[in-house]
Unconditional design. Sequence first.
Length: 432
Amino acid sequence: MITTNERQEKLLDQHAALINPSQAREMRDAGLGIIESRREGAYVWDQSGTRYIDCRQETSVFNVGRRNPELIDVLCAALKEYDVGNSLFFSEPRVQLAHRLGELSPGGALRAVAYGVSGGEVNDFALKLSRAITRRPRVIAMDGSYLGSTGFAASASGDARFRQPFEPLIPNITFVEFGDADALEAEMGEDVACVILETVQTWAGVRTPPSHYLQRVRDLCDKNGSLMILDEHETGFGRCGKTFALDIYGPGVVPDIMTLGKALGGGLYPFAAAVYRKEYLKFWEQHPFSHLSTFAGSDLACVIGLSTIDWIHQHRLGSHAEARGAELTRGLQKFAEKYDAVVRSVRACGLLVAIDFANDELGPQMSRDLSQFGVLASCSPVSPSTMFVIPSLVVSSEDIKTILDAFSRALAGNQSLMAPRPIESLQSLMHS
Ligand SMILES: Cc1ncc(COP(=O)(O)O)c(C=O)c1O
């Protein structure tokens, strides 16, 4: 009879042969070649029944926990009435969610909504809208950003690895250093349609903006007649301790367009949205049906989106993320001091946490060791020395202790960390 382990190896081989060979190799090397079985709250089980705290979370998708039972009930009930719907017809959930997202938006000021299925898609829409509204060609984007793998979003993503294999991409995109308002000012000009940035740069290793930076970006955009587009895919819906990271790093700042996704679908339905100023609705008057998407704003997605937002607020997940994030970060900082040859730095924003290890080999090696102690955490595909620890927002204090205990054992118990074994870097995933 075939064992669980053999079944897993066979599936990974098939994945390598049919879907992505580098992914299978890199994840296997990092001890993350698991086949997800049971999923519940902060946890996931592999097929042999081993339970892990999921600190990978498809980067911020499962804020409400895996397979949240109340949201599953909502989805099951919705399936009795709805399907994906006709995108050209009309539906109550679509309008109700548009209201809700508008209310939730910074200052309640972004009252128009465009739906999408993925983050890349709504970032594409935001960039297209800024060009159409301003009739200007140029986009200013940030070094180190990741905005998605679709056309405009990939073109405006700051790491060349997302662009290079596909060039030539969309022209007229200029990159500046995130956090450097003077560099941005120097690039501003009458041809600039928009400035697009993440509130906190996640893939670059949870880089938070310097104080007053977002206000300066706003002021520069106002002065120049350019739109400010803020991406809160990773940071929205309580992840950083407030509804949006903007509430922490730029309270009072109102972007012209904000893009959202990931947690919005409750971990059950792929979903994304762009909220924007109502005055830009004139775009549709001038160019009806010029931007379409079959599955965007499907009835089921909107039902689950509404309930997800309510659930996050009812359960005060923002405050929870702040408190648990502080416990986690405090513990990791102590390890950074104790193992300073191994851990370079820890950066955090609520429960969005990044750890920089001393070299590229240590990241995947730590992933492997942590998985032995019941914690799944993966490294950044753009920088394998950077590990993300992104648990669900329903994680308990006890779970945080378990995560810290796993780090303690992985750091202390493994002498090889000081002389890392050479293994192929995650970077090859990007070159496959
Ligand atoms: C900040 C940010 N924006 C946009 C995206 C793209 O989202 P999607 O993968 O849904 O296209 C991501 C994905 O990781 C992201 O981290």
